[in-house]
Design a protein around this ligand. Structure first.
Ligand code: PMP
Length: 374
């Protein structure tokens, strides 16, 4: 092959490179990271880490720094104990697995239980990384449907189970509360999908701490279900997205399967120390959850007065429809310094519930944009 010339674009070079055929033409995950005043596009927690938790994290990390000449505890034993304590529901440390963000633990799931010749099923619209993580491991992705028969974004037990029977997947992704719709999936759906499948059933509960009262976690279904996996993250309610700590609960044998595919020492000593210090202060960190839920409910309550259609939400974000041209509205909001998310659903946008001030800025900007388009 001739050497690259300066006239080549990166795309030209990539086209020549011996890239995997199944990755050709694919688009990477790409939520914009723009330096604007009001960033409400990636469902982070808008509140800074409180000073007392910062002090505890720095202290824990400083103690670890002395020993960075050594590899970290490959089994992250103490962290698994702390995560099991936080989860409750009689989850034991042997049932806990963790990684650098829940994206990584989800990747471990498809590395171990998916792969070439195997299939993963999800119910669209749902979290965009589920298909990307699956196809990245050579797992064929099947886009299942939400919506029938009860409503656009609802998923009923019968509809989900029928699709599981039709596609016979090795891995099924459920997401509750579901990103980007915000709606929770009933435990009857999880039970029906589990009963009618032979594969691993993942319930992605990244936003579960924001659920409205009376919404049970799939953790309650773990006993006796060795193919069930419930994933969580410290990126949202815990306000720790930058630390990269995701985790899951599953049968100890499932966690053993992840030991076959993870890289040795995948969780750095600094990450383990920071996550533990944060867990010890879970009550302080989670104290922002109620304030965020208030802003979420405020968004849902306000948008109809702009002629828009918000979807009731159990998460820290709201999907809203009724936009003639969502791309134009996205750009117009950006001109007001407000970044929201175009999730690829026609006539809809998604906004993260932030602080009261951020929410006010978003609502004021949106009202102006909607009035200008009348
Ligand atoms: N699951 C869902 C449903 C998400 O929305 C996200 C992040 N947006 C994740 C998992 C991954 O988050 P993290 O890797 O930060 O834990």
């Amino acid at each position: 092959m001739p050497p690259t010339t300066s006239a080549d674009s990166a795309a030209d070079t990539l086209a020549r490179l011996p890239l995997r055929d199944d990755l050709r033409g694919r688009t990477p995950y790409g939520a914009p990271q723009l330096a604007v005043p009001i960033r409400l596009n990636t469902n982070e927690n808008s509140y800074d880490v409180p000073v007392e938790v910062v002090a505890a994290i720095v202290d824990a990390v400083r103690k670890e720094a002395v020993h960075l000449n050594r590899y970290p505890d490959r089994e992250f034993t103490a962290l698994r104990e702390d995560l099991a304590t936080y989860l409750g529901h009689d989850v034991t440390p042997a049932q806990v697995w963790a990684g650098n963000g829940s994206n990584e633990v989800l990747q471990h799931v498809v590395q171990a239980f998916g792969g070439p010749g195997r299939t993963a099923l999800g119910f669209t619209p749902s979290y965009s990384m589920h298909p990307i993580i699956s196809t990245g491991t050579g797992t064929a992705w099947v886009d299942g449907l939400r919506g029938a028969p009860s409503g656009v974004f609802d998923l009923t037990a019968e509809h989900a189970a029928a699709q599981v029977e039709e596609h016979d997947p090795d891995v099924v992704f459920l997401c509750s509360p579901n990103n980007p719709t915000g709606t929770s999936v009933g435990l009857d759906v999880v039970e029906a999908v589990y009963e009618r499948s032979r594969g691993i059933v993942v319930v992605d509960e990244a936003y579960v701490e924001f659920s409205r009262p009376g919404t049970p976690s799939a953790l309650t279904l773990l006993p006796g279900r060795e193919r069930l996996v419930v994933s969580r993250t410290m990126s949202k309610a815990f306000a720790l997205a930058g630390a990269r700590l995701g985790y899951l609960a599953a049968d100890p044998a499932v966690c053993d399967a992840f030991r076959l595919v993870r890289l040795p020492y995948h969780l750095s000593a600094l990450t383990q120390a920071a996550a533990r210090a944060a867990l010890w202060h879970a009550d302080v960190l989670l104290s922002t959850v109620e304030a965020i839920k208030e802003q979420r409910d405020r968004i849902v309550a306000t948008l109809p007065s702009f002629g828009l259609l918000p979807v009731a939400s159990d998460a820290n974000f709201v999907l809203f429809g009724g936009l003639d041209d969502e791309k134009r509205v996205w750009r117009a909001l950006l001109e007001y310094g407000v970044l929201v998310r175009d999730v690829g659903i026609a006539h809809h946008l998604r906004v993260t519930a932030g602080t009261p001030e951020e929410t006010t800025s978003f609502l004021d900007a949106l009202e102006s944009v909607m009035e200008a388009s009348r």
